[in-house]
Design a protein around this ligand. Structure first.
Ligand SMILES: NC(=O)c1ccc[n+]([C@@H]2O[C@H](COP(=O)([O-])OP(=O)(O)OC[C@H]3O[C@@H](n4cnc5c(N)ncnc54)[C@H](OP(=O)(O)O)[C@@H]3O)[C@@H](O)[C@H]2O)c1
Length: 327
């Protein structure tokens, strides 16, 4: 048996219960990982609440079919299936489970060819648990969808969040001029991550400049294409992490007619081999000191409902970590 945070109905944070549940059986091509740390993200909160309703198409219409949340983790391989070739018992790994769930538990089974990679040599398990949500979202958005290049002017909305803190660092790494949007209290942090300019959205609109940005990346979905369009350069790209009718309409429009683009992508649903390749790239960047992770708060698994409530304030800084082992 193992402890896990279980939810059997959609609802507020207190639907979560930490209780004993069977340890998952593993297949010949899987490793069993004892989870040391995981995170709570807005995706977990959205899944737990069943809101927006579209998540219920994925998790279950009336009640969740997957009862353990958690989309990223770091831990130690404790058992290997007979067909496993890449890992050995005792390896310290970080991972993104294929279906974006299952990490809020003491153990998880992961396929040998999944999004599972040894942790960076200069990071703790607690730090490594935070790599995937921000890294596997910001990297494909900026590189693959934004086609970011040296000299681009990039606006990052939500620059102090999990995705935003990585996006600022990656955009600088790719040679862009970066403007971060967040409250004044977080300007020092976002500047320390490399932002050239910061805008406090509570005192100044960030969309007033004309033809100013090659890329506007709204990591927290607080803007709209209509509001952002004037500040995009000709052929500029507006990136958002959640779908809306307006964004999807503009995606279709710009595919046919060109011009300023809006792009929403489900980066979490990419093939595991692509994710693993990016995780190795991110690992190298952490080891080289090009990236650092920001941890706001740490909670034991027993207090995961409090972690959900905090993440739902929408004002966390970087990542909220759940310590599973040794709590
Ligand atoms: N497309 C995909 O595949 C994918 C993958 C992962 C996540 N997502 C989506 O990404 C979003 C979450 O991103 P995240 O994990 O980075 O969120 P997060 O860490 O919870 O973001 C928190 C940050 O948002 C900032 N913020 C709040 N209101 C703001 C506003 N009006 N303007 C600018 N910044 C504001 C806060 O800064 P202040 O305190 O300064 O306000 C805070 O630091 C969710 O919608 C999730 O569904 C999508």
């Amino acid at each position: 048996m193992m402890k896990a945070a279980i939810f059997t109905k959609y609802g507020p944070a207190d639907v979560l219960e930490v209780k004993d549940t069977p340890t998952p059986p593993f297949k010949d091509n899987e490793v069993l990982v004892r989870i040391h740390a995981t995170t709570v993200t807005p995706v977990d909160c959205s899944f737990r609440a069943g809101d927006p309703c579209i998540v219920r198409l994925y998790l279950g219409l009336l009640r969740p079919k997957k009862t353990v949340l958690g989309g990223e983790l770091a831990g130690i391989v404790t058992t290997v299936g007979k067909d496993v070739t890449r890992f050995s018992i005792g390896d310290q790994v970080f991972a993104a489970p294929a279906d974006g769930t299952g990490a809020h538990a003491e153990f998880i089974c992961l396929p040998d060819d999944g999004a599972v990679v040894p942790i960076p040599t200069n990071m703790s398990l607690q730090q490594a648990a935070t790599i995937c949500n921000g890294g596997l979202t910001a990297l494909p958005f900026l590189r693959d969808h934004g086609k970011i290049k040296r000299g681009d002017r990039v606006l990052i909305i939500g620059a102090s969040g999990s995705i935003g803190t990585v996006a600022v660092q990656l955009a600088k790494h790719f040679g862009a001029h970066v403007t971060g949007v967040c409250r004044a209290a977080k300007h020092e942090l976002v500047t320390s991550l490399g932002a050239d300019r910061v805008i406090d959205y509570t005192v100044r609109a960030y969309t007033t400049e004309r033809d100013a940005y090659d890329i506007v990346f709204d990591t927290v979905n607080k803007s709209s294409f209509a509001a952002v369009k004037p500040c995009l350069k000709k052929n500029g790209v507006y990136l958002v992490t959640a779908p809306s009718i307006a964004t999807l309409g503009r995606m279709a429009w710009s595919t046919i007619f060109g011009g300023k683009q809006a792009i929403m992508a489900a980066t979490g649903l990419r093939p595991a081999k692509d994710q693993a390749a990016d995780m190795r790239m991110l690992k190298n960047m952490f080891e080289a000191g090009t990236l650092r992770t920001i941890i706001d708060r740490t909670y034991p698994l027993s207090q995961i409902a409090a972690a959900h409530a905090y993440v739902e304030t929408a004002h966390k800084t970087g990542n909220v970590v759940i310590l599973v082992e040794g709590q």
